[in-house]
Design a protein around this ligand. Sequence first.
Ligand code: 5GP
Ligand code: ZN
Length: 114
Amino acid sequence: MSAPTCLFCTIVAGRIPATVVGRSRHSLAFRDIDPQAPSHVLVVPVRHVHNVGELAQAPEELADLFTLAAKVADSEGLDRGYRMVANTGSEGGQIVFHAHVHVLGGRRMEWPPG
Ligand code: 5GP
Ligand code: ZN
Protein backbone atom coordinates (compact mmCIF):
# COMPACT_ATOMS: atom_id res chain seq x y z
CA MET A 1 0.00 0.00 0.00
CA SER A 2 1.44 3.38 -0.92
CA ALA A 3 1.15 6.44 1.32
CA PRO A 4 -0.17 9.45 -0.62
CA THR A 5 1.96 12.02 1.19
CA CYS A 6 5.17 9.97 1.13
CA LEU A 7 7.92 11.37 -1.12
CA PHE A 8 9.35 8.00 -2.10
CA CYS A 9 5.90 6.51 -2.76
CA THR A 10 5.37 9.46 -5.10
CA ILE A 11 8.66 8.68 -6.88
CA VAL A 12 7.79 4.96 -7.08
CA ALA A 13 4.44 5.91 -8.63
CA GLY A 14 6.26 8.09 -11.20
CA ARG A 15 4.40 11.21 -10.12
CA ILE A 16 7.60 13.13 -9.48
CA PRO A 17 10.66 12.52 -11.62
CA ALA A 18 13.78 10.70 -10.50
CA THR A 19 16.76 9.28 -12.34
CA VAL A 20 16.00 5.57 -12.11
CA VAL A 21 19.06 3.34 -12.39
CA GLY A 22 17.52 -0.04 -11.61
CA ARG A 23 14.38 -1.86 -10.68
CA SER A 24 13.42 -5.33 -9.50
CA ARG A 25 10.30 -7.15 -8.46
CA HIS A 26 9.95 -5.34 -5.14
CA SER A 27 12.43 -2.46 -5.29
CA LEU A 28 13.42 0.69 -7.18
CA ALA A 29 16.86 2.37 -7.37
CA PHE A 30 17.24 6.05 -8.25
CA ARG A 31 19.87 8.74 -7.84
CA ASP A 32 19.85 10.87 -4.68
CA ILE A 33 18.92 14.47 -5.47
CA ASP A 34 21.78 15.74 -3.25
CA PRO A 35 24.66 13.32 -3.88
CA GLN A 36 27.25 12.92 -1.13
CA ALA A 37 29.65 10.91 -3.30
CA PRO A 38 30.31 10.53 -7.05
CA SER A 39 27.79 7.66 -6.99
CA HIS A 40 24.87 8.06 -4.62
CA VAL A 41 21.85 5.89 -5.26
CA LEU A 42 18.81 5.24 -3.07
CA VAL A 43 17.27 1.77 -3.14
CA VAL A 44 13.71 1.63 -1.83
CA PRO A 45 11.03 -1.02 -1.53
CA VAL A 46 8.04 -0.40 -3.80
CA ARG A 47 5.78 -1.03 -0.81
CA HIS A 48 5.57 1.71 1.80
CA VAL A 49 7.24 0.66 5.02
CA HIS A 50 8.82 3.11 7.42
CA ASN A 51 12.35 1.75 7.74
CA VAL A 52 14.55 -1.27 7.04
CA GLY A 53 13.76 -2.75 10.44
CA GLU A 54 10.13 -2.94 9.43
CA LEU A 55 11.14 -4.28 6.01
CA ALA A 56 13.01 -7.10 7.77
CA GLN A 57 9.61 -8.56 8.63
CA ALA A 58 9.26 -9.32 4.90
CA PRO A 59 12.44 -11.28 4.15
CA GLU A 60 11.74 -11.68 0.42
CA GLU A 61 11.42 -7.90 -0.03
CA LEU A 62 14.46 -7.27 2.16
CA ALA A 63 16.58 -9.69 0.11
CA ASP A 64 15.26 -8.18 -3.12
CA LEU A 65 16.31 -4.69 -1.97
CA PHE A 66 19.84 -5.78 -1.02
CA THR A 67 20.21 -7.77 -4.23
CA LEU A 68 19.25 -4.70 -6.26
CA ALA A 69 21.65 -2.56 -4.19
CA ALA A 70 24.51 -4.96 -5.01
CA LYS A 71 23.56 -4.89 -8.71
CA VAL A 72 23.55 -1.09 -8.67
CA ALA A 73 27.00 -1.04 -7.04
CA ASP A 74 28.16 -3.32 -9.85
CA SER A 75 26.58 -1.25 -12.62
CA GLU A 76 28.03 1.94 -11.07
CA GLY A 77 31.48 0.35 -11.32
CA LEU A 78 32.11 0.42 -7.57
CA ASP A 79 34.39 -2.60 -7.68
CA ARG A 80 36.86 -1.01 -5.22
CA GLY A 81 34.16 -0.77 -2.57
CA TYR A 82 31.18 1.21 -1.53
CA ARG A 83 29.13 2.03 1.53
CA MET A 84 25.53 1.04 2.21
CA VAL A 85 23.75 3.15 4.80
CA ALA A 86 20.28 2.73 6.26
CA ASN A 87 19.56 5.75 8.46
CA THR A 88 16.85 4.56 10.81
CA GLY A 89 14.72 6.84 12.95
CA SER A 90 15.24 10.53 13.63
CA GLU A 91 18.34 10.04 15.78
CA GLY A 92 19.74 7.77 13.08
CA GLY A 93 19.47 10.62 10.60
CA GLN A 94 16.42 9.38 8.72
CA ILE A 95 14.57 12.21 7.03
CA VAL A 96 12.33 10.32 4.61
CA PHE A 97 10.28 7.74 6.47
CA HIS A 98 9.99 5.27 3.62
CA ALA A 99 12.61 2.53 4.00
CA HIS A 100 15.72 3.02 1.88
CA VAL A 101 19.36 2.12 1.62
CA HIS A 102 21.93 4.61 0.38
CA VAL A 103 24.60 3.16 -1.93
CA LEU A 104 27.58 5.52 -1.86
CA GLY A 105 30.83 5.12 -3.74
CA GLY A 106 33.40 6.52 -6.09
CA ARG A 107 35.50 8.01 -3.31
CA ARG A 108 37.13 6.74 -0.14
CA MET A 109 34.69 6.61 2.76
CA GLU A 110 35.65 7.92 6.19
CA TRP A 111 35.04 6.33 9.56
CA PRO A 112 33.55 7.17 12.04
CA PRO A 113 30.53 8.62 10.22
CA GLY A 114 29.26 12.04 11.30
P1 5GP B 1 17.63 9.88 4.83
O1 5GP B 1 18.29 10.99 5.59
O2 5GP B 1 16.15 9.78 5.11
O3 5GP B 1 18.35 8.57 4.99
O4 5GP B 1 17.84 10.23 3.31
C1 5GP B 1 16.89 10.78 2.48
C2 5GP B 1 17.58 11.11 1.18
O5 5GP B 1 16.59 11.45 0.22
C3 5GP B 1 18.55 12.29 1.26
O6 5GP B 1 19.87 11.85 0.93
C4 5GP B 1 18.00 13.28 0.25
O7 5GP B 1 19.01 13.96 -0.48
C5 5GP B 1 17.14 12.41 -0.65
N1 5GP B 1 16.04 13.12 -1.27
C6 5GP B 1 15.20 14.04 -0.67
N2 5GP B 1 14.29 14.47 -1.54
C7 5GP B 1 14.54 13.82 -2.73
C8 5GP B 1 13.91 13.88 -4.01
O8 5GP B 1 12.93 14.59 -4.24
N3 5GP B 1 14.45 13.09 -4.98
C9 5GP B 1 15.54 12.30 -4.75
N4 5GP B 1 16.00 11.57 -5.78
N5 5GP B 1 16.15 12.22 -3.54
C10 5GP B 1 15.66 12.98 -2.55
ZN1 ZN C 1 6.31 5.59 1.01
